[in-house]
Design a binder for this molecule. Structure first.
Ligand code: GDP
Length: 616
């Protein structure tokens, strides 16, 4: 139903109960897609409701509700978690790993899962190594630990053997990335602070991340072997951030350690267990199908896709059908951190799983499905949802080609650039030259970041956050970074000549970037016979060898691989006595090449067209 609405624009209206579901982070354009409206009209409607937004800006729930109420839609903003939950509900699979709905009798204690965080160079990696080396069990088994993304150690604590799981990727970046995807992996954070350096920016950052995730914190005051180390000062500094040591009347355990010399590692593990016991109810039901999170994954040349998963509830067994993110498969084998085969993995146990169809992402949830088919269906649905989400995202980003359109639509006034180059001289030269481009008032060029070296994930994240284009001068984004950029629709343009970069950006700013064309072969035909016609000139009796030959197409004639004519037109095309517009592979036809008459039997006629080339 179309009805005039405020602002003089016409928008299809709902009847007040029409439900429209949009993903969290959607824009007016996404919403417009759903209700078949013009995004620009929605901008106008919203403007009249007192809200300003561009068509591609992501809107919050309140704004969608306001707009929905005006237009007669019940707009429901769905979070990725909701979507996930609904998907699994359809297959009757519960993805909860919590203990709220479990009978007390079914719950068993499970080991705490620990992440080590802190400022760079304060000794996170070294500490993880030291903890691993303390592991008596490993020494007895003679096992050599392998990096699978997590490991378990066993600590004797108050007469009991207590396992503790450590996430083996130090730092809060990985932790935050997983958390951003809704995965709650960690129970306790060890905050490493070097006693000879003190609280640093990333210490605070790590602390904020841990507190935001509601994690109890144990502080490891590291490097106490270094001369001038001052552990008391660290305690003092951290009180400012609400981490008050027990000896000062607070409830945070501080342990002075030396990762290098292996001092007090045991005490640190005790502190982790004490903190866990005091602050957390770490139990899970091991007697059900496993659920958990993928914490690391790789494509291994010999073994195919491998993923380290952390079981959070239930027990994972060899032979289980599982789905992890959009990967699925049957667990062919499970390996622990010593490379030993294990038959089952209980809660808090990390294992490397073999047998998945593809590589899941860190933070993807995994569940055991009743059978292979269900696992595959869920994986496919997830993949489709992912694809849609990334399409929606990709649409939002900017490219040099659509800059002018975006300018005209008032979507951007600024072209944001990130410059990366091989040496600082070239980055500076490029920046200087770019800033001298004179494009008038309507658009501003801003260089929001610059640097030397390959294009990093950080650069790509920044580009995503600020709709920037990345310029790589003699440097590239490699591997996963290139994939992320592609998936997220971040444009990266590569140059090796400064002049070319300047020229293209200037052209883009002036809306004159010329499309590039490439030749696409349409079909080939071989000349079998030549008929002379006084009226038409020569006719090539031919058989179409590949593709199709179309009348009007451009052709190139080759004779034993050597080009004898270029840009000849297929002036006439006949099947028997009939004029036709096209002839397909395997059929014979008569081809008239217009004024070109120098034909021989055996010549190859290849037709092609020029297509606009998507720039890369
Ligand atoms: P990360 O960046 O936090 O992972 O830090 P690393 O574990 O890589 O450690 C940074 C540097 O500090 C390395 O040179 C380590 O050898 C050194 N280091 C780590 N722990 C200690 C320690 O307890 N004592 C001393 N003296 N050096 C340490």
């Amino acid at each position: 139903m179309q009805a005039p609405t405020i602002g003089g624009v016409t928008v299809p209206r709902g009847d007040g109960t029409t439900v429209v579901r949009v993903r969290r982070g959607s824009s007016l354009t996404d919403f417009a897609d759903r209700i078949n409206a013009n995004p620009a009209s929605l901008v106008t409607v919203l403007f009249h409701l007192g809200e300003m937004a561009t068509a591609t800006q992501s809107l919050d729930e309140d704004t969608f509700r306001l707009l929905g109420a005006e237009l007669g839609y019940d707009v429901q903003v769905v979070s990725p978690e909701d979507e996930e939950r609904e998907l699994f509900e359809q297959f009757d699979i519960d993805i909860d790993t919590g203990i709220e709905d479990e009978e007390d009798a079914n719950l068993q204690p499970r080991p705490p899962v620990v992440t080590v965080m802190g400022h760079v160079d304060h000794g996170k990696t070294r500490l993880l190594d030291a903890i691993r080396n303390e592991n008596v069990v490993a020494a007895e088994a003679g096992g050599i630990t392998q990096h699978i993304g997590a490991y378990q150690v066993v600590k004797e604590h108050e007469g009991e053997e207590r396992p503790i799981t450590f996430i083996d990727t130090p730092g809060h970046e990985a932790f935050t990335a997983m958390r951003a995807r809704g995965a709650k992996v960690t129970d306790i954070a060890i905050l490493v602070v070097a006693a000879d350096d003190g609280v640093m920016p990333q210490t605070i950052e790590a602390l904020n991340h841990a507190q935001a995730a509601d994690l109890p914190i144990v502080v490891a005051v590291n490097k106490i072997d270094v001369e001038g180390a001052n552990p008391a000062k660290i305690r003092q500094q951290l009180t400012e951030y609400n981490l008050v040591a027990e000896e000062y009347g607070g409830d945070t355990m501080f342990v002075d350690v030396s990762a290098k010399q292996g001092t007090n590692i045991d005490e640190l593990l005790d502190a982790v267990l004490l903190t866990a016991d005091a602050a957390l109810d770490l139990r899970a039901n091991p007697d059900k199908d496993a659920r958990g999170v993928a914490i690391e994954a790789n494509l291994d040349r010999g073994r195919g896709a491998t993923a380290t998963v952390l079981v959070q509830s239930g027990t994972l067994r060899v032979g289980d059908a599982i789905v992890a993110g959009s990967a699925h498969g049957r667990v062919r084998a499970m390996l622990d951190e010593y490379g030993t085969n294990v038959a089952e993995a209980t809660p808090s146990r990390p294992v490397q799983v073999l047998g998945l169809s593809s590589v899941p992402r860190a933070g993807d949830t995994f569940v055991v499905a009743p059978d292979d088919r269900t696992a595959r269906q869920i994986a496919e649905r997830r993949e489709a949802a992912d694809r849609q989400a990334s399409l929606a995202k990709a649409r939002k980003r900017i490219s040099l080609e659509d800059l002018n359109e975006a300018l005209a639509a008032g979507k951007v006034e600024t072209l944001n650039l990130i410059l990366k180059g091989d040496v600082s001289g070239s980055v500076e030269a490029l920046e200087d030259a770019l800033l001298q481009i004179d494009v008038g008032d309507e658009v501003e060029l801003r260089i929001i970041d610059r640097g030397v070296g390959a294009i990093t994930l950080n650069n790509i994240n920044l580009a995503m956050a600020s709709d920037a284009i990345i310029i790589g001068f003699n440097v590239r984004a490699e591997g996963q970074n290139a994939e992320v950029a592609e998936r997220e629709g971040v444009e990266i343009r590569y140059y090796s000549v400064i002049y070319n970069a300047i020229e293209e950006i200037e052209a883009a700013l002036k809306g004159m970037l010329k499309p590039e064309f490439e030749e696409v072969e349409l079909g080939t035909a071989e000349i079998r016979e030549i008929f002379r016609s006084s009226k038409f000139g020569n006719i090539a009796g031919s058989i179409v060898r590949s593709g199709e030959i179309r009348r009007g197409a451009r052709a190139r004639i080759t004779r034993t691989g050597v080009v004898v004519a270029e840009n000849v037109e297929i002036a006439g095309l006949r099947r028997f006595k009939d004029d036709v517009t096209e002839v397909r592979e395997g059929y014979e036809c008569g081809i008239n090449l217009g004024s070109f008459n120098d034909l021989q039997i055996g010549d190859l006629i290849a037709t092609y067209e020029m297509r606009e080339k998507p720039r890369d």
